[in-house]
Design a protein around this ligand. Sequence first.
Ligand code: F6R
Length: 264
Amino acid sequence: MEIIIFKDSASASLYAANEITNLISGRPDAVLGLATGGTPVPIYEELARKYQRQELDFSKVTTFNLDEYWGLSPIHPASYHYFMNQHLFSRVNLDPARIHIPNGLAMDASQECLQYERQIAEAGGIDLQILGIGGEGHVGFNEPSSSLSSRTRIKTLISRTREDNKRFFKEDEEVPFHVLTMGVGTIMDAKSILLLAFGKGKAEAIARTVEGPVSARIPASILQMHPKTKILLDEEAASCLELRDYYQYVYENKTKADRISQDK
Ligand code: F6R
């Protein structure tokens, strides 16, 4: 894992948007794994800006979202279909046939999840997966105790996640109890991963992800076993890391070494 601590969330988001841009520039038919929630919104803003400035072409890009609420229609304003349309899909030239989000209205959830796994495999796997993290260490909606080798399936949200996500629903609406989510194993198959976390509320989950034991108690901790994962943090999210100064030192010296090799 590479831990990069930025002065603020805007710089971290810009870094992530640049990583995506570099990937698509080198490989126009790249496969992206996308997340919803508050964390990735500035990344999508920047990607839309780059598209408007004609710096990016999404026409051959394929996308797979991590998850969707079970029982919500794609036109429900709190659905992840709606979210993605609003923040990215309606703003860039993605081909609708290449966009994938689990269908929260599928009659047969297990068939839908099997088909989702098949579609990811047929696309050649995910090149770059964007992740946020839950306060209890979930990635996707793989809540504590999720099997670390799980595949896309239906899951029950813990109360804290339903509470955290209330802000996306109207006051008189209930946050669904169930979701369809890529599994931890599905996420681990991505060729590279960027996990972003901002704010004090994520600090403990980040410390346990990065420095705690690998455990289903904190599903994100399995990322310690992934060969190409970057953890992009602001100062607050990094505040509980014991080896914070070491990560900073490694990054500074790595970038120095990169600069020297680029100069040669
Ligand atoms: C979203 C997802 C979740 C969120 C996480 C953080 O598709 O799978 O794991 O990334 O709950 O949410 P925010 O960014 O709202 O703090």
